[in-house]
Design a protein around this ligand. Sequence first.
Ligand SMILES: [Cu+2]
Length: 267
Amino acid sequence: MNPIVPLLSVLALVPSSTARGVATSPDAAAAISIPARQGSDAGTAAGRVRFEGEKPEVKPLAIEPDRAKGCTPAGEAIDAKDESLLIGKDNGIANVVITIEVADAKAKVPEKPIVMDQKKCRFEPHVVVIPAGATVDFLNSDQAAHNVHIYPLKNEGFNQTVAVGGKHTATFPKSDKIQIKCDLHPWMKSWLIVSESPFVAVTDADGAFKIAGLPPGEHKATLWHEELGKAQVVIKVEPDGPDGAAGKSAPLEFKLSQQKKEGRPRR
Ligand SMILES: [Cu+2]
C-alpha cells in the first residue's frame, strides 16, 4: 500500500490592493511545494516570511517622561523599541499572522484564560493570537495604573482601567483583529487576533512559522502584518505526492514589502 504523502503547493498569491504592503512569492506563477513527511509532519505548512526591499528605519517609541513615572524602578529607562515592524535574521519579519481556513475546522477554546500583561509600560506580548471564544486576562504587573482600551471590528469594545496588580477579564466570541492601547501611556500598543481557525501561527523573531495537521484540499491562507498589510494565498494539500518526494522539504517562502502610501493598512 502506498503511504499517503500530503503535498502542499501555493496556487496563487493575491496582494491586497489597499494595503500599504504587498506580498509576492519568489515567482507567483510557479507553484511552491513542500512534500510533507509522514506522521507528525503530515500536512505541515512551514516556512518563512521575509521583508523585500530596503529596510525601513524604525524610530524609537515617543515616550513622554511625565507620563512614564512609575513605569520602571527608579533609574531604569523604559525599553523604547518600537515593535510595529521587527525585521530579524535574513530579513525575516516577526509577528506576521498566518491563518489557514479549513472548512468545518474550529479552534478549541482553552480552559484557562490567555494572559496579556502590562509590564514596564509595554504590552506583553505585542501580538497574541487566541481562539474565538477564549478568555483573556489583562494584567498589570507595574507600579503604575494602566487602562486597556480595545478597538475591535466585531467584538464588543471596552476601555477599562487596570489598577496596580489588578486584572481585567474579557471573552472574545468572534474572529477579529483588535488593536489594544493604553490611554495613560500613548506609546503602549498591541494586537489581539481572534481566530476561528485552529490553523494559525505567528512568525517568530526570524520570520519562521509552522502550521501542522492540515487535511487534504484547497485552503485559503491569509498573511497579515500590522504595518505591511494583508495578502492571500491558496494552499493546496494533495493526498498523494510523487514517489521519492518525502523528506525533500522545500519550505514555503513569502515576501512582504512596504509601499509608501498614505493611510493605514487594511485589517
Ligand atoms: Cu499604561
